[in-house]
Design a protein. Structure first.
Length: 196
């Protein structure tokens, strides 16, 4: 099996479990709480994730950005944020299960191998699960294999200067925790707590 296919298969395999970390968080009643993503509340961050996973089935079917258009702009959560997230991630996980591991997708960064798209989605799920858990004051129980996959994908990109504007600059850490290393690499203070 070519390395690129093995890589994407691993990322795809981890997406369902990584998404369940978010689904299992106690978010109800915390929508206005700040998150480590400076400009986003809990609701804003869940809306961002919901949008990404509503887009995924379209992109994995080969649709272009223009074909999807603006249908997922704005507030997608309505009066049932948790339900909106669950519906979006269910459709996304199903689409990933049927994805062409050796294919390409249209993204805002141009045509990407499905392998890169899968890895980027896994990074987003994993790091934003940490953000949301911290925001609502619970210990983040991230998927260890997902953390390793995310570090393996993002470390060379960050070291090579490939992600300006996507994440904040890396934060120094002496922690031996792989979770701390991942979130610090992607611009988060591992000790972040919501303001009192």
């Amino acid at each position: 099996m070519p390395p690129s296919v093995a890589h994407v298969s691993r990322a795809i395999d981890l997406i369902p479990e990584a998404s369940r970390v978010i689904t299992d968080l106690p978010l109800d009643g915390s929508w206005d709480r700040p998150t480590p993503c400076t400009a986003w509340t809990v609701r804003d961050l869940l809306n961002h994730l919901t949008s990404e996973h509503l887009w995924a089935p379209h992109l994995l079917r080969g649709e272009s950005l223009a074909e999807v258009g603006t249908r997922y702009d704005g507030d997608l959560l309505g009066d049932d944020p948790v339900g909106a997230w669950r519906r979006a991630i269910s459709g996304s996980v199903l689409a990933w299960g049927q994805a062409d591991a050796g294919g390409t997708v249209h993204t805002s960064m141009g045509q990407l191998p499905t392998s890169d798209y899968a890895s980027q989605m896994l990074v987003d799920l994993t790091v934003h699960a940490w953000d949301l858990a911290r925001a609502v004051g619970v210990r983040p129980h991230l998927v260890a294999d997902a953390v390793e996959a995310c570090l393996g994908y993002e470390k060379p990109r960050v070291d090579g200067g490939e992600v300006p504007g996507i994440f904040a600059a890396p934060v120094p850490t002496d922690s031996e925790s792989r979770v701390d290393q991942l979130v610090a690499l992607l611009g988060r203070d591992p000790g972040w707590r919501p303001p009192a």
